[in-house]
Design a binder for this molecule. Structure first.
Ligand code: C2E
Ligand code: SIN
Ligand code: SIN
Ligand code: FE
Ligand code: FE
Length: 423
């Protein structure tokens, strides 16, 4: 416990843990919260890697991963979006810990005592090209004592980089941090569900605005932003902060569709010019929902809602709107950097997803056709730097697409109901 807890000062250590726990309150989206929890847990123990699983429908769903060794290969960015789950039983390490509700420290996962019921599954190591040695697996409990997830911290390092067992301090203090973090995790899950509930209202009107579509657009936007920020040397704190906000704000890009009539939204054919003119107001209706607010997230959501159909060359809509609330008129289109970055990013994420999905008015496009179009429209429809960032993370984009397929909607629904039943 290098930074905080080295001098055998448990009080200082606990104080620090409380401070870090509190700072989780700055983050909104569940992925950003899990990212911070893993960063801090690994820092507290000098560990190379870590994974968080969250309880969902009686199983443990893989929810986040960090790995300093593998980060260089780029595999980790993709792995964040993988769909793995473990049954909660004594066969796996994480399942055992969730079932017993107690932490488990293993010095060498390849030499687990034979009388233990669980075994280490080397498949994950093998597919990642990684060697797990020591592992500290901790249940994350709510204030009611219910296990809501498991955090697994792997391979603490010496200064030389060699792998060592976990210190006594790590074993004592990480479980405290895990339990404090449960408040933030619960809040993050609630936020995501609240947003999806809002989308559901829009989806009742427009069948193409599904939970899966908005989860994809949110995640694509977050990852494109992240890459853009890395390319522009944005500092890490700002990068993680904006990535968190963009994820949620981009999910809400089309909520303004609730204000468009069914006749237009559900039309199973191409829109007439007149209908398309009405459709354009979904940007304005969306922005109304977020106006008059002082929250940074609302401001960003409003920026994206109103600007996500602007085009880099100034041929998009709705342009400058003077009166958001009464009698708005489509204005002079914005262009270039007058369009907020988050909206330039969401524009590409949205079009990419619309083209790769089936719509009532069109079949899905094959990837090569989409990529050709995106590349051709770089500099006209899309910001060229945003296109570059998008192409650079295209394998993460694909991992996201696989994670949020259309049937994911139903799972979210069930997860929500289970959580309510448990209370
Ligand atoms: P959406 O379906 O989510 O599409 C988002 C954006 O993706 C569109 O913005 C457009 O830029 C792009 N896009 C979608 N499909 C195609 C396509 O087949 N070809 C090309 N080149 N681009 C495509 P846009 O045009 O401003 O449309 C905004 C929303 O208006 C759409 O959201 C959809 O809900 C609705 N819409 C647009 N055109 C039609 C249509 O012909 N029929 C119906 N029923 N709805 C339409
Ligand atoms: C487990 O804890 O058994 C699954 C995680 C892993 O194999 O690394
Ligand atoms: C339209 O012109 O109807 C919208 C563009 C498109 O969906 O192709
Ligand atoms: Fe839109
Ligand atoms: Fe959309």
């Amino acid at each position: 416990m290098v930074d905080y807890c080295q001098q055998n000062e448990p009080i200082e250590c606990v104080k620090n843990i409380l401070k870090i726990s509190e700072s989780l309150g700055e983050l909104k989206d569940i992925d950003a919260i899990l990212d911070r929890i893993l960063t801090e847990s690994r820092r507290l123990s000098d560990a190379d890697a870590g994974t968080i699983y969250l309880v969902k429908n009686d199983s443990l769903k893989f929810s986040y991963v960090q790995n300093d060794t593998l980060i260089k290969t780029g595999e980790v960015d993709k792995a964040v979006y993988s769909n793995i789950s473990f049954t909660i039983n004594d066969q796996s390490i994480v399942g055992y810990v969730a079932m017993k509700g107690r932490s488990l420290h293993i010095d060498d996962v390849y030499n687990i005592e034979p009388d233990m019921p669980f075994h280490f599954n080397p498949a994950l190591d093998r597919s990642a090209g990684y060697k797990t040695t020591s592992m500290l697996t901790i249940p994350i409990k709510s204030s009611m004592g219910i296990v809501i997830g498991v955090i697994q911290i792997i391979n603490p390092k010496e200064e030389t980089g060699a792998s060592i067992p976990f210190s006594k301090e790590a074993q004592t203090f990480l479980p405290i941090f895990a339990n404090n973090a449960s408040v933030a995790i619960d809040r993050g899950i609630m936020t995501r569900e609240l947003v999806l509930r809002m989308i559901k209202m829009a989806e009742l009107r427009d069948p193409s605005e599904t939970g899966a579509h908005v989860q994809r657009v949110g995640a694509y936007s977050a990852e494109i932003y992240n890459k853009w920020a890395l390319m522009h040397d944005v500092d890490e704190k700002e990068r993680k902060h904006m990535k968190d906000l963009i994820r949620i704000a981009a999910m809400l890009h089309d909520v303004g569709k609730v204000g468009v009539s069914d006749m237009i939204l559900k039309k199973p054919a191409r829109l007439s010019d007149e209908e398309y003119a009405k459709m354009k107001f979904h940007t304005v209706y969306g922005a109304r929902l977020f106006s008059n607010s002082t929250s940074e997230l609302d401001a960003l959501s409003g920026d994206i809602a109103i600007n996500h159909h602007e085009k880099w060359d100034g041929t998009g809509y709705p342009g400058e709107i003077n009166a958001l609330h009464c009698d708005p008129k489509i204005g002079q289109p914005k262009k270039g950097e007058d369009i907020p970055l988050a909206a330039r990013i969401c524009a590409l994420a949205d079009v990419f997803d619309a083209l790769s999905s089936k719509r009532a008015y069109k079949p899905p496009w094959p990837d090569d056709k989409i990529l050709k179009m995106v590349t051709e429209e770089s500099g006209s429809h899309f910001d060229p730097e945003v296109v570059d960032a998008f192409l650079a993370v295209f394998d993460i984009i694909n991992a996201i697409r696989e994670k949020y397929m259309e049937n994911e909607d139903r799972n979210l629904e069930c997860a929500f109901e289970t959580r309510i039943d448990e209370q």
